[in-house]
Design a protein around this ligand. Structure first.
Ligand code: CAA
Length: 382
């Protein structure tokens, strides 16, 4: 077992760490108030090769793997979790197209995602009545002489209204269940696609979360990603990898909050000494640091398995479940350690607690991760 990072992985980690401190952190609190989309920040991260980390260098990607991606996500989320989720989804979309697209689709979309020319990507699966159960989605794609016509409403779309390219899932054969779902590549400026609503959220205020309406959006035959009817499996494969990204995001948010809490607890004095010397406070911080280390190891192990071409669905689900549930607890401890100061905006832990909450929900709730894990446990004994 080798816990050492390669030189390339260390370089990506350092690059993302410096970008988090220089590009993201200075305006993170302001973005939280203004809800401004981080277009300039994404452009800068594209220049640093962080938007398609695991994509082949021949297609403009970083040519690295899931471990480098996780390390980068951890660092960026520490700087600003809103930007990190935009980066995560863009990496997911770039990888999905690079791995499953035709040569023409790759050439059309992947270099532009990597370079920032398409700003970002969007993963358009969920619907108002189909979140945890995407096989129940209702957006339809009907055949036309030139290709397909897409109609329906999509919900909770990260980067909605901003993405230059969207992967949209739609039903092409209503009689075939999950095998009747197809993935389509849709340009961001496609006629008939509009933002019906931008959500007002508890946290991640710099991230655009949209309800999208597709009203007879026409795409060509060449917009089908993979094969007709194979869309559901593509979504599941992409989400397995995406869950490593969200686990990493949660770790990054929690790491920032814990660092702030330890600094505060070392400086703030009550009863004549720094509060970290009071056992009740020290013990909370010790637990938080232990959970954070466990979450990091689990997530890097899942990333390592993905990179090695091993089965990693269960590992990714376990990493996301543990990392996000504990990141939430860590942020709560960080806030508690700050006392009243933690509850106001003067310190970053208030934002961390709001930002981290959604990691237990998106890209599969904690309850869905437990379903994935339990099904894998059963499969292993049957
Ligand atoms: N990899 C590849 N294929 C998979 C797979 C995986 N991990 N999991 C399932 N499949 C395949 C199965 O092999 C099966 O294929 P066949 O029909 O060919 O046999 C097919 O998919 C159906 O499998 P299941 O019967 O297991 O599917 P299910 O309907 O019971 O659902 C589930 C399984 C894992 C619970 C799934 O519904 C799920 O992951 N739900 C959560 C959805 C989710 O995470 N949504 C997040 C939205 S995206 C988002 O949040 C993005 C954002 O912007 C931040």
């Amino acid at each position: 077992m080798n816990f050492e990072l390669t030189e390339e992985q260390k370089l990506v980690q350092r690059t993302a760490r410096e970008a988090a401190d220089r590009v993201l952190a200075p305006r993170a609190a302001a973005r939280d108030v203004s809800c401004e989309f981080p277009a300039a920040e994404l452009a800068e991260l594209a220049r640093l090769d962080l938007l398609a980390i695991a994509v082949d260098a021949a297609h403009g990607g970083g040519g690295l793997g899931a471990v480098a991606y996780s390390l980068a996500m951890q660092e960026l989320a520490r700087g600003d979790a809103s930007v990190a989720v935009a980066v995560s989804v863009t990496n997911m979309v770039a990888e999905l197209i690079a791995n499953h697209g035709t040569a023409a689709q790759i050439e059309r979309w992947v270099p532009g995602l990597a370079s920032g020319a398409h700003v970002c990507g969007a993963f358009v699966l969920s619907e108002p009545e189909a979140g945890s159960d995407p096989a129940a989605l209702r957006t339809s794609a009907t055949k036309t002489p030139a290709g397909w016509r897409l109609s329906g409403t999509k919900q909770w779309i990260t980067n909605g209204g901003r993405a230059g390219v969207l992967v949209v899932w739609a039903v092409t054969d209503p009689s075939a269940g999950n095998r009747g779902i197809t993935a389509f590549l849709v340009p961001g400026d496609a006629k008939g696609m509009s933002v019906a609503r931008l959500e007002e959220k508890l946290g991640l205020h710099g991230s655009a979360t949209a309800q999208l309406v597709l009203d007879g959006v026409e795409v060509g035959e060449d917009a089908v990603l993979g094969a007709p009817g194979r869309g559901f499996a593509l979504a599941m494969t992409a989400l397995d990898g995406g869950r490593i990204g969200i686990a990493s995001q949660a770790i990054g948010i929690a790491r920032g909050a814990l660092q702030a809490a330890v600094t505060y607890a070392g400086e703030r004095r009550t009863f004549g000494e720094p509060i970290i010397k009071h056992q009740a406070v020290g013990a909370m911080l010790a637990d938080a640091a232990t959970w954070l280390d466990a979450a990091t190891l689990m997530t890097l192990r899942a990333a390592h398995a993905k990179e090695a071409g091993q089965p990693f669905s269960q590992l990714a689900a376990m990493a996301k479940l543990f990392a996000t549930e504990h990141a939430w607890k860590i942020c709560d401890i960080a806030l508690q350690v700050h006392g009243g100061y933690g509850y106001v905006r003067d310190f970053p832990v208030e934002r961390a607690l709001r930002d981290v909450r959604v990691t237990r929900i998106y890209e599969g709730t904690s309850e869905i991760q437990r379903i994935v894990i339990a099904r894998n446990l059963l499969r292993a004994v049957s």
